[in-house]
Ligand binder design. Structure first.
Ligand SMILES: *[C@@H]1O[C@H](CO)[C@@H](O)[C@H](O)[C@H]1NC(C)=O
Ligand SMILES: *[C@@H]1O[C@H](CO)[C@@H](O)[C@H](O)[C@H]1NC(C)=O
Ligand SMILES: *[C@@H]1O[C@H](CO)[C@@H](O)[C@H](O)[C@H]1NC(C)=O
Ligand SMILES: *[C@@H]1O[C@H](CO)[C@@H](O)[C@H](O)[C@H]1NC(C)=O
Ligand SMILES: *[C@@H]1O[C@H](CO)[C@@H](O)[C@H](O)[C@H]1NC(C)=O
Length: 451
């Protein structure tokens, strides 16, 4: 066990190292500043592999004043949004460090906290244009020092997404990439493209919407727009105002946490292009042949790998669901069911997969599914984790109607196909599901069939 004195020595040691390097930090304000309002100051904090945690403030006018800033390397700007309480965003260290773990680059944290901290949101919105003009001048300076626009990636959060768009427009869309994390809706929804982010602002624009019914933007803004869990309410986020401030920011902030998980590859989330979230849940968008051989786009940082396919399509909306917390990724199976009841049955299916050590469950209940004699019902089952070597499957059928007599679902064949792994689909033939009674069985490899 470390002694108190040892801890103190470590602490003092690190303070000494810090002060030797003189780290510059993100502006820390409070509610008081927000109430009286702040005027705009754009501070650029540089992080590189040589100064992972010790930010260095850059001069806007003399780039050679900071030898760690090597403009021939790729540069990623991180632009935050509205800061009603004045506190630094909780994710700044994670995002800078995870980006630097992925690539040798300059990470420029754009600290416009003075400006973004104001109870008057409308005032902050006017600062988005000033911040964009300031960053545009800085990037021009970078260009004069040898930087190329295509090696610039701007990650904009909320209002920061529109700031990035304004900057991109000044360079006629020649900036390499803009990533928008839950772009702000209020005061931007309904604006023409020049007054908001749009796909012409960069060579590749990827967007994630997690709070489109409150602080976020509903309509697509990029070449690809990801709508996790439909884009409005995120699992694990409070549904009532009694949960305090997390009620206001949880959905909005989820976009950042999902993106972080994609930078560090905690899990690869496959997103399914589809015309609507309902169609996706209905299992009508599981076919990724259009994106052969890579398959459907992966959400987040690595979606750039689909650029050449996505840009010619102009606009793609892609959907997926997530778990309540990290790891957010879920595992998708296609479920094909053929029944032979005389009368059509409507109901919900719950599936459990077991491998002896673990079990995972999927409930397909966004609406009642229709089971019609001899026709195939196709469903999407989403499990919270990936279970390998499934040795037992449990299935339950329910109609949700407690008043009528219990019904049976006569299954001719049920087939489960993992959408990612190339495993052979799992089947079971000829079973009768009694309503609300779980039936467990050992799956067998499917036979070729005409169904
Ligand atoms: C950008 O903002 C900083 C601080 O707010 C300022 O020092 C700098 O001169 C600005 N750049 C331009 C081109 O106005
Ligand atoms: C820029 O910074 C470098 C290094 O500190 C210094 O030598 C140079 O004189 C500065 N240039 C200008 C124009 O201030
Ligand atoms: C700047 O980065 C380039 C590309 O990584 C590298 O070749 C060059 O040596 C670097 N310059 C300095 C001064 O470190
Ligand atoms: C990756 O990022 C997620 C989200 O911030 C975090 O929960 C997870 O611990 C990180 N994983 C690693 C290996 O750093
Ligand atoms: C994309 O947009 C361009 C320009 O508006 C248009 O010519 C092209 O047909 C569009 N492509 C698709 C797949 O819609």
């Amino acid at each position: 066990r470390m002694s108190f004195w040892w801890c103190l020595a470590l602490l003092l040691g690190s303070v000494a190292i810090y002060s030797a390097h003189e780290c510059d930090v993100f502006t820390d304000l409070d509610l008081h500043h927000s109430i009286i309002g702040t005027s705009l100051y754009v501070k650029l904090l540089l992080y590189t592999r040589a100064n992972l945690i010790c930010g260095q403030e850059l001069s806007h006018h003399n780039l050679s004043a900071q030898p760690l800033f090597n403009v021939t390397k790729p540069t990623t700007f991180i632009v935050h949004g509205y800061r009603p309480t004045g506190s630094p965003p909780v994710w700044i260290h994670d995002i800078t460090q995870q980006l630097l773990a992925r690539g040798d680059m300059n990470v420029l944290l754009v600290d416009w906290n003075r400006g973004a901290t104001n109870v008057n949101y409308l005032k902050v919105v006017t600062y988005t244009h000033d911040t964009a003009d300031n960053l545009t001048a800085f990037i021009r300076n970078m260009q004069e020092n040898g930087a190329s626009l295509s090696s610039i990636h701007m990650i904009g959060i909320s209002l920061g997404a529109h700031i990035s768009g304004f900057v991109g427009a000044k360079f006629n869309g020649k900036i390499g990439r803009i990533t928008a994390l839950d772009p702000a809706g209020p005061m931007f929804t309904g604006n023409p493209p020049e007054d908001r982010l749009d796909p012409t602002d960069a060579q590749f624009v990827d967007v994630v919407h997690t709070d489109m019914d409150a602080f976020g933007f509903r309509k697509p803004l990029g070449h690809i727009d990801f709508y996790p869990n439909g884009g409005a309410d995120q699992p694990g986020c409070p549904k009532t105002i009694f949960s305090g401030s997390s009620y206001f920011k949880c959905d909005h902030q989820r976009s950042v946490f999902l993106y972080l998980g994609s930078i560090n590859r905690t899990c690869n989330i496959r997103a399914f292009p589809c015309s609507s979230y309902t169609e996706f849940l209905d299992g009508r968008c599981m076919d990724c042949d259009q994106f052969k051989p890579a398959g459907c786009p992966v959400f987040g940082y690595d979606s750039i790998e689909w650029k050449d396919t996505l840009v010619p399509l102009n606009q793609t909306r892609a959907f997926f669901t997530t778990n309540k917390q990290t790891p957010f990724c879920r595992t998708n199976y296609r479920v094909d069911v053929v029944t032979w009841n005389h009368d059509t049955r409507w109901g919900y299916i719950t599936i459990k997969l077991h491998n002896g050590a673990e079990v995972t469950e999927a409930t397909i209940n966004h609406k009642a599914s229709k089971f019609e004699k001899y026709s195939e019902t196709r469903l999407l089952a989403q499990f919270d984790k990936d279970i390998q070597k499934v040795y037992k499957i449990s299935i339950k059928f329910s109609t949700g109607n407690a008043l009528q007599p219990k019904l049976k679902l006569r299954v001719l064949r049920i087939r489960l196909t993992h959408l990612e792994r190339k495993d052979r689909p799992l089947c079971r033939y000829d079973v009768i599901l009694e309503e609300n009674k779980e039936l467990s069985f050992r799956p067998i490899p499917c036979e070729e069939s005409n169904f």
